[in-house]
Design a binder for this molecule. Sequence first.
Ligand code: ADP
Length: 257
Amino acid sequence: MPENTPHIEFRDVIKRFGNNTVLDNLNFTVSRGERVTLIGPSGSGKTTILRLLMTLEELTDGYIYVGEQALQYEQKDGKRVRVVDKQRRRTTTQVGMVFQHFNLFPNMSVLENIIEAPIHVMGLPKAEAVTKAEGLLEKVGMGEKRDFNPSQLSGGQQQRVAIARALAMDPEVLLLDEVTSALDPELVGEVLGVLKDIAAETDISMLIVTHEMQFARDVSDRVMMFDQGSIVEEGKPEKIFSEPENQRTRDFLRAVL
Ligand code: ADP
């Protein structure tokens, strides 16, 4: 069960692309160990939230915190300020992300994809990184493919490697961005199965964007319904999916279920 400690906090977050205000004064927190699914129509800002957390996008205004005081970055008055709390530098939360289109390095083997960041970012000795990668590949059912090239794998297999790659960095937060949307329907189950196991076996906090509503029901502690960059309704999955109160949630669920 999630502890009641904020792990992620969005405070007064504004994100604009040009004149397009995508997130408009967004506030929410995610507790340590909590699994939160973001649902809502296309263009409502869900992926932008994940990309901001991954620092793949810059904030327009407001604050994003990850970890107790591990302030990731903040921006005020038009200036982006990266704040590094020296005392906590070594414990700064690791955020990992799995993308819709896998984003594996095409010129590297499966194993090389996984050991790259642990060696070059974490400074892990190669032998340790390999042992760890082999364990993770077993976990996602890809142990026999360690020397394959990504182009030799199905989409479902590539995505399982991408999940192993994210886990190799020991993330405390895992962001899943429509990880099954690019897969043929018969390959969706194997990826969701791996993710359900990880959710059951770890206490990694997760933010999940998905159109797989059964998966959202199975793994989420909380569902947040977005429309036009704002949370219009949130609650436990059984409540949101069975008795949604907001008309926009009802309309959205009617369209996707
Ligand atoms: P969702 O994930 O809910 O479908 P997104 O976060 O992808 O929504 O997009 C929200 C809005 O932000 C959309 O209007 C989209 O066009 C816009 N947007 C996203 N990324 C960019 C970008 N890099 N440049 C310009 N506009 C963007």
